[in-house]
Structure formats: C-alpha cells, structure tokens
Write a protein that binds this ligand. Sequence first.
Ligand code: ADP
Ligand code: MG
Ligand code: MG
Length: 896
Amino acid sequence: MRWVTNFSQGDKSQKDLLGGKGANLAEMTNLGLPVPPGFTISTEACRAYLQAGGEPEGLGEEITEHLRGLERRMGRTLGDAHDPLLVSVRSGAKFSMPGMMETVLNIGLNDRSVRGLAEQSGNPRFAQDSYRRLLQMFGATVLGVDAERFSELLDRAKADKGTDSDLDLDADDLERLVEQFKQVIAEHGGREFPQEPGEQLELAVRAVFDSWNTPRARLYRRQERIPEDLGTAVNVQTMVFGNFGMDSGSGVAFTRDPATGSHGVYGDYLANAQGEDVVAGIRNTVALADFARLDPRSYDQLMEIMATLERHYRDMCDIEFTVERGTLWMLQTRVGKRTPEAAFRIGSSMRDEGLVDADEQLRRVTGDQLASLMFPRFDSSAERRLVARGMNASPGAAVGKVVFDSPTAVQWTERGEQVILLRKETNPDDLAGMMVAQGILTSRGGKTSHAAVVARGMGRTCVCGAESLDVDAAAREARVRDGGVLREGDVISIDGATGEVFLGDVPVVDSLVVRHFEGDETVGDPEQDAGADVVQAVSQVMAHADVRRRLQVRANADTGEDAARARRFGAEGIGLCRTEHMFLGDRRELVERLIVAEDEETQQAALDALLPLQRRDFVDILEAMDGLPVTIRLIDPPLHEFLPDFTDLAVEVAVAAERGEVDEHRSRLLEHVRRLHEQNPMLGLRGVRLGIAIPGLFVMQARAIVEAAADRVAAGGTPLPEIMVPLVASVRELEVVRRQILAVAEEVQTARGVRVDVQVGTMIELPRAAFLADRIARSADFFSFGTNDLTQMAWGFSRDDVESAFFARYFDHGIFDVSPFESLDTLGVGGMVEMGTVKGRSTKPDLKVGVCGEHGGDPASIHFFHRTGLDYVSCSPFRVPVARLEAGRAAVLDQP
Ligand code: ADP
Ligand code: MG
Ligand code: MG
C-alpha cells in the first residue's frame, strides 16, 4: 500500500506522513481508546495530487479497498438505502492549522439513505439534521457555495418558527431546509448535489487536498512559518453522532488550563450537537463540571482517558470528543497550544511530577514565548476604568482603537493606527484582521473558541467571551453594561492575562520577568505576586539553558548604559559596538570639517577634536563590560550620511548667494556633498575603504580605543577591546589597516606604560571574504559574520529598497517562507557562514568566530549557528535572554 493507512497501523511519530490528526488518531486507536474506525490518506498523496493536478495512480483503488474493509468491519455499506455507513472526511496537516482547512461530515447521506437512517435509528429529526449538515458543508467546501446562503436559510427557518435555537426545528422543518439547500447548491454550486456516495467521498477528498492552497491557509502558514510544500493528509472516519438527541453531544477539552497552565481539566460541552457546534457559539455551552452532572458515566470515562493521554504524551493534551447515546467517542487529540505563561508553568510542574526531565522542560519552551513574557503589562496602580470582563484567553497588554471588522483593522493599521478587533466571535475569514490587530476581543465563546485558539497560536493578546458587551458590528458600536457605548475608533486597553477591558489608554510597566532579569529580588516571592511562580519557572529553565549551551551570547550595544543592561540580562560581552552614532549630533560639525579639509593639517585638527569624545564613549562601555570582550567596529557607513542633504544644502547656498551672503564653509561643503554623492552607497566608499581613503580616520578611532583601555587599566579594570574592521574583501585591505592599528596601539601603550590586550579582527560580510576566509584569517584575530550585509550582498539586493517593493510577491510564490533578513537563509547565506568558518579555522584552528546583526537574536538562526560551530551570537540587549534560551535549546535538540 502506498497512499493509505488504517488507523490501527500508524502511530504518533508519523506526523509527516499522516498529518497530526491522523497520527494521533492512530496512536489513540492503538492505546485502546474508543476511536471510531477509519483510515488516513497520506500527505504524500496530497503532494502528488497537487503537483499533478489530479489523483496519482493507484490512489482511487486504495481508497476503495480501504473503504470496503471499513464497511466489512462496521457491517454496513457507505450510503446504504436501509442502514447506511456514514463517514467524515477530515483534513489534517503535520502542523495544526485551526479552522484553516476543510472537513465534511455525514458523507453517504442522500435522498434514499436519509430515510434508511431515519427508520433504522427511529429518529427522523436526527436523520434530516445530519443530511442538512452534509448539504451545508459539502455545498460550501466542495462546491464553493457561499456559506452565508445556507446560514441565512437556517436563520429564516428559525425565525419562522419564532425561535433562535436550532433545537426547536423538527424533522419537517429540517426536511424543508434539505430541499432548499439542494436548490441553493443546484443554483450556485454549478451542479446538483451528488447523490452517489462514492462520488461524494471522492469529491470531498479532493476538496480537502485543494483546501491546502486557499488564501487563508497560505496566509496562516506564512504567519506561522509552516512550509508551503507539506500538504495535508485526509482522514476518512466512521461517523458517530452527537446530534442524536439530548443524551448525546459534542465537546472539546484540555487536560490543563491552556491560558494559565494550572492543574485541572478545562473544556466545553454542548448537548445534541455535532462537530464544530461546540466552538461556533450557536448555543451556550456548558463547562465540564456541568457535563459531569448531565452524564456522569461518560464524564468519568473522559477523565480517565484524559489522565491516560497526559501520562502517555507526557504533556498537556487538547481533545475533541462526542457522546452518542451515552457512549463516549474520542475524535481527536494533540499536544495542546498554550500561552507562554502556561508553557513555563506546565514545564515546571511536569518536571516536579517526574513526567519530564530538565532537558525536556527546556525543549518545550521557546524564545518567542520568553520574549512575550518580557512584554510590558498594565500598571495596576494606574487609574483605570473597567468596562467589561471576559476570559483571559491569550496574555499581553494591548491598547488600540476599537474596530468591528477585519478589513477596517487592516486599513487602519496600514495608515499607522493600532487597533483592537472587537467581534461577537471570530471565524477564519477574520484572520487578516486578527494578524494586524494589537489584540482581539470577543463577546462570545470560551478559551476553546476560534478567537482564543488562533490568538494563542499567533501570540496575540486576546480576551474572549466578554458577554456584557453587546456588539453591533453593522452599526460599528458595542453597548457596555453601564449604559455606555464603545464606538469605532474609541481607545481601549485589554489585558489578556486577567480578561479585563478598560476604557482609554492604560499605562504599562515592566513585566515581572524583566524585573527578575534586571536583578529585582522581590519578584520571586509568591506572596507578593501571583505571577511569581512563572518567574521561578523561567529562572529554572534559564539556569539549565546556561548549563547546556555551547554558544556564548553577547549584545549589540553602543553606550555604557545599554552595555550595563545587557550584562544584567546575561550578555557575555559586546559583539558589536557601532561607532557611527558617535559622529552624530553636535559632533557632525567635526565630521564636516574632516571632510572638507583640504590639507592634512586641517584634517588632523578635525580628527584631534574627535579623539577625546570617542575615548569617553569607549571608557563607559569598557567599564560596563569589564573583564568581558568588547568588539568595536570602526566606522562603516558612507560619509555622506553624516553630511546635509544635497538638495537642502544646494537651496540654502543658492538662497544665501542671492542675498549676497556667501558662506565659505557651506559652499565648500556643498561641493563635497556633490563629490561624495554615490549611485549605490551600499556598494560605495564605506567600511575598510574609508579607512584606506582617509588614513587618519581608523587610526584616530584605534587610538581612542586603546587610550580608553589604558585609562581602564589605570583605574584597575580589565578591558578586553576587540577592534573590528568592516567590509573587508581582500586580505591586503585588512593587512594595511591592521598594521596602522597595531602601530598606534603600540605607541599608546609605550607612552602610557601599560599593556593592553588588543585584538584586531574583521567582519565577514562580503561573499569574497567568505570564499577567501583562509587567507583573511592570516591577518585576523577573530571573525564576526555581518549577516545583514552578507544577506544583501549574497542576494544582490538592498534591504531598504526591496522589502516593500516585492517581498510580498516572493511570499506569494513561496520563494521565501520567511524574510531572509528576519531569519537566516541557511542554504545560501548560511552556506557562506559555514564555508567562512571552516576556511578561517583551517588557517587558525582556534579562530574565534561570532555573528553580529539581527539574526543573532532569531531562534531558527541561532540553532543554525550552533550547528555550524560558531563561538557566539550577538543581539540586542533585550533579546539576550531569548538567545541564551535558544542556544540552550539548540544544544539539547541537537542530541541524538
Ligand atoms: P478541525 O481540524 O477544523 O478541528 P475536524 O476534522 O476535527 O476539523 O472536524 C470538525 C468537527 O467535526 C470536529 O468537531 C470533529 O470532532 C467533528 N468530527 C469529525 N469527524 C467526526 C466523526 N467521524 N464523527 C463525529 N464527529 C466528527
Ligand atoms: Mg478538530
Ligand atoms: Mg555591515
């Protein structure tokens, strides 16, 4: 068999092939749990189908064969006129994509078998209800009929009956709906509803395959960085019926609270309901505690199964179940999505319970989760006006203007506003708005609702089920309980950790985790703060990450203050201190003087004036990082960046000339600005080329660095400066400036009578440098990959020009899954990093190799740098804890 696997043959390790849903259905089947039998059509079949634009050879036969097997086992035939077997056709990719793809229930019903089902079950209402659901789902998903057409008819039927509950519709009402639905399909679906069960199945399978490529599924994958080429599996499963009557129902549950991570099951149940009803907000669900009263036997069994699953998966699980006339059936499980706070709490309590060890605890939290715990939270001591309270579905402190629909959210964000998307409840069509909103607020639904699940997945702040809000999306307003009205554009603040909604812009304060990193010792005390156990969990995981990681973590910092903060956050040095900002502000004038200088003397005078200023900057940083290496990059950007804009200056000089007030300096400056104008500044006079073109410049900087170090030695410190030359392409370039730097270093040390440990190294940020790294290493004490420029130079595009110009198209075509500026292009740019490292170390086996630039703080890139054997990554001070955590995870994930 090539394409299809029975549930009894698979297991949870086969997510690549069977998708998450299929693999876990197989796992539960083999654990002996009550799972309706079925089979899984593999992701391989989907990939083959999408590539060829049709079923691959043998697939049809294999499906038929498995269907016959299922029919024999169940003793019924699909769509039989008297006692029909019905199945669901369910999508399920490797990574869960909640609500993004399609599922069709009750396949096998038609005008004849619906009567068979009615007779056989003695429940005509149930039979008609199942048939209208099939028509609805099949019509929308397979035949592309607008789902609203069906829901409108359903609403009208309820209105005619004077009710707003679908339960009040009887068999006759539903039969009428069935007729109407068939008509809608014939009119808008391009064909009659297929009566033949085999054809229903075939078309549904195709529709699931095709749903991989719907725009919303693509958007979701891009957001979640799920590769485009995985495809989805399709599960064909015997139906069980929660819509049989009040002794039946459908539910969802988590084995722990997914919002806080605290112990105790959490879930919703809806009697006489099928499938998604429970999360769609059509009727009010009940909590699991009430389910215990409704059906104690099924409840007890459910609790036992949840305990089994949690022990088996050694993690929090999320499940779907259905009760059919008092019998419990398991329809889905997976390791559940959770908030960052819950992730840290669950990890630490599972370690206490002996379910996981320290390595596993570390594997299960991510740098992104840690980063979101470092976001600010609302200041509880500020004056706040509470207007509603809902469920704390996904944490964060979000402030923005209220909008009532997804397109408005997108439009307003594009013009630079921050918005909160307020909906009754969300559905997959709201995805674009949910992605751009600061936070999501709904008036209905619980922690398992679409809004909550998707927001948690995206790490977006969400408060759901704020029932006191009466949302009128058409009027663009919501009434609040005290009689007030929230209108579109009003500013509100929502607290995803407490579920509170405030009017206006509530001020924020540092998170507890940040205060902990800052060294505030009062935050670890559970008496003081409810979040203290999360801080303890974070600190436990960080300690283990530090033990495990091989990569060192440094920070990019240009001031003593930033350096000091980075050090408190655990930085082990500075990987990149940019010196260009030291030429800005009131120092600009000195740079201008340097550039317009026409003889060496004036030039030297300008440099001499800059020297003491530079020295002071370096003293501060070396002091903050005393005893740790500080990599200082000599000036890199093109000089015209420090000069006035050409047009502005030209106008200024012309106007002055008109008035007869000629300013010598400004006129000469204008000439130089014109001279220095470049077609491609990124490829122009910058980096080491500057050092060679204006010989005194690098020497002045080197002098300032070594003098600062000498000052630090005199003050009893241990400065470890590393002077870094940017944009080197040839070993000769480096040799020329290195000789000058070492000469001035020697001169300063002799003059001051101290020895300083000074290293001179280079950035590797040009392809040529990576190719010739073995030669360049001869003159370098260290390498630092400037992956930002290396990315630009490798792809041949400048970031500022291309990102807004065509990146969106590149995402659409799947050329990028993620921007190469956000996460390292490991194949291309990463290949150069690898080559540069190997070649550099072939010359100098213990050459220190690091990376500076934003990639140093990106989790996926950090894992790559770990595998490549770099010594350190460097990132912004605030990212340092994230990088420490991910470097530790990279080490434990790397183990066999
Ligand atoms: P999703 O991936 O969007 O959760 P599912 O494939 O899980 O979609 O199915 C949608 C709903 O239908 C779920 O509530 C699921 O439990 C229910 N369902 C799927 N298959 C069956 C079945 N064979 N019997 C009863 N309910 C089913
Ligand atoms: Mg599901
Ligand atoms: Mg650079």
